[in-house]
Design a binder for this molecule. Structure first.
Ligand code: FDP
Length: 365
């Protein structure tokens, strides 16, 4: 299936949701109400509503931690060999149940080898990472749920082999000090925070924008010796700070939860990298295209940022299979462009931080 450049199912959009409301007042149900008025969007709204319902239950488990018998310990492996924790399994079951009322043709999850075919007459398909950042569960660090909503093709076997630009909606929930839902239905990015006293999500930020220029980067530097030269060159440029070619100092963060990294970028900008590297199994990075990179790329682009493999725009990629991994660089568009430039023009690498790093060189550790 080729890439599409627009989302035809959304051509009859209702008025911009929430355009006339004060943030903090609008509940997610009211925000979604107007989407329920047109047939294809009604399914999208129902799926988002289902995810939000599941999020309430998952947030209650995460916030109670071991009091709710969530240990954060491994219980086995999923079909792709990833360690599965007890909350991964619980979150998957909660989401499947919460989405049972939404008209969904096929549902795919990180936790299952194959998609579940539900109602073949329905017009949407949903892909989820029920619990992202699961290595952080027992650490009391922010974790989350990521989702992508796609149109249902006639041939459901191709449901999760659609280009990222086909997505109708995407979002993620963070379970942290605040439980928040970040959402795009293709007209910008809005953020809702769970009001724990009334158990409902309320709009807190509308039409979030990511500054084009970053002064913060996020990457797991422990893998430096395994990186490709362009990734090293970019990070070296950031580390060179005001003395290097980028001409300004950078701060660094690595939380180890994609949702938390994305939330930070949507809050104060920055760039995130999980590139391919030379470790066995990391030739295409670590993150999954269908239910991690595609929805994140949709959100980041809708907020004015960019998302790339270093070579290609993430949203232009057509998945080869459901659990495909992909290198991901996302956030501030100037920095993503710089990384792409370093990948496409190797001659820039040698000179990028000279003379500061000339003594050590990029190819040595
Ligand atoms: P996790 O495996 O804990 O679910 O989605 C994969 C992910 O977390 C991301 O959330 C996170 O950014 C990354 O893996 C962390 O990977 P490293 O441990 O290799 O840094």
């Amino acid at each position: 299936m080729g890439c599409c450049t627009h989302r035809s199912v959304l051509t009859n959009r209702p008025e911009t949701a929430g355009a006339d409301v004060t943030t903090g007042q609008l509940r997610l149900e009211s925000y979604l109400e107007r989407y329920f008025e047109t047939a294809p969007l009604a399914a999208v709204a129902a799926a988002i509503d289902g995810i939000a319902t599941a999020a309430l239950e998952i947030e209650s488990l995460t916030s109670r931690g071991q009091l709710s018998e969530i240990s954060g310990l491994a219980t086995g492996c999923n079909s792709d060999g990833d360690i599965q924790k007890d909350l991964d399994v619980r979150a998957d079951a909660i989401i499947r149940r919460a989405l049972s009322k939404a008209p969904i043709a096929a549902l795919a999850s990180e936790e299952a080898a194959e998609p579940e075919i539900r109602d073949p007459r329905a017009r949407i398909c949903v892909a989820v990472d029920p619990l992202d950042g699961s290595s952080n569960i027992d650490l009391n660090v922010t974790i989350g749920t990521i989702f992508s909503i796609l149109p249902a093709p006639d041939d459901l076997s191709a449901a999760f082999r659609q280009c990222g630009t086909a997505q109708l909606a995407a979002g993620f929930v963070t379970y942290g000090p605040q439980t928040s839902l970040v959402l795009t239905i293709g007209e910008g990015v809005d953020v809702f925070t769970l009001d724990r006293t009334s158990a409902c999500f309320k709009l807190v930020r509308r039409r979030v924008r990511i500054p084009a220029r970053a002064d913060e980067f996020a990457i797991n530097v422990s893998n430096r010796r395994h990186w490709e030269a362009p990734t090293r060159a970019f990070v070296d440029e950031c580390l060179a700070g005001a003395d290097g070619p980028l001409g300004r100092d950078f701060n660094m963060r690595w939380i180890g939860s994609l949702v938390a990294e994305a939330y930070r970028i949507l809050t104060r900008g920055g760039v995130f990298l999980y590139p391919s590297d030379a470790r066995p199994g990391y030739g295409d990075g670590r993150l999954r295209l269908v239910y991690e990179a595609h929805p994140m790329a949709f959100i980041i682009e809708q907020a004015g940022g960019s998302a790339s493999t270093g070579h290609d725009r993430i949203l232009d990629l057509v998945p080869k299979n459901l659990h495909q991994r992909v290198p991901l660089v996302m956030g501030a568009s100037d920095e993503v462009r710089r990384i792409e430039e370093l990948y496409s023009r190797p001659e820039l690498i040698a000179s990028s931080t000279a003379p500061l790093f000339a003594r050590r060189g990029f190819f040595r550790i």
